[in-house]
Unconditional design. Structure first.
Length: 155
């Protein structure tokens, strides 16, 4: 069954606190969250709960052993568009037209995504940085882009 609402996928996240913060946001906005492993930390719900609090009990969470299994099950089988948030994109997120079935993919805090994941993503978008700044925290990016995607797609 294809869910007709924006989803988020985290590619091999490095920081448990960011995962918890994103989980909390997903619970509050009723957005499904995918964790593509391996994580850069031991996936311990107690550590994650420190930032997710009791919201962790309300998040729709799917964990995937690797990108290939995530891609086969969630993108190809469900016929969804994979939208990568990356500093290497040309298109500004606020000019981008989101679709209800998009999966927003965020890379590792330390390294983004490898070239093969970049190549398999259907679209690439970025948040324009001012004053030659490099990047925002991944949880902040997730919130900004999810808000814009939901604004465009919720009818």
């Amino acid at each position: 069954m294809t869910q007709n609402k924006i989803e988020i996928a985290l590619f091999q996240p490095d920081i448990a606190g960011n995962v918890g913060t994103i989980m909390r946001m997903c619970a509050c906005l009723d957005v499904k969250l995918h964790i593509i492993e391996p994580c850069g930390f031991v996936f311990d719900m107690q550590k994650i709960r420190k930032s997710a609090l009791d919201y962790i009990d309300h998040v729709q969470l799917s964990r995937h052993k690797n990108f290939d299994s995530f891609y086969a099950q969630q993108v190809q089988k469900q016929q969804k568009r994979l939208v990568l948030l990356t500093t290497k994109a040309q298109e500004n997120c606020y000019q981008f037209k989101f679709q209800k079935s998009d999966i927003l993919l965020l890379g590792r805090e330390s390294a983004g995504v490898p070239d093969e994941v970049f190549a398999q993503s259907h679209e690439h978008i970025k948040i324009d940085m001012q004053n030659n700044m490099r990047s925002l925290n991944v949880a902040i990016c997730a919130a900004m882009i999810t808000g814009e995607a939901l604004r465009q797609t919720i009818s």
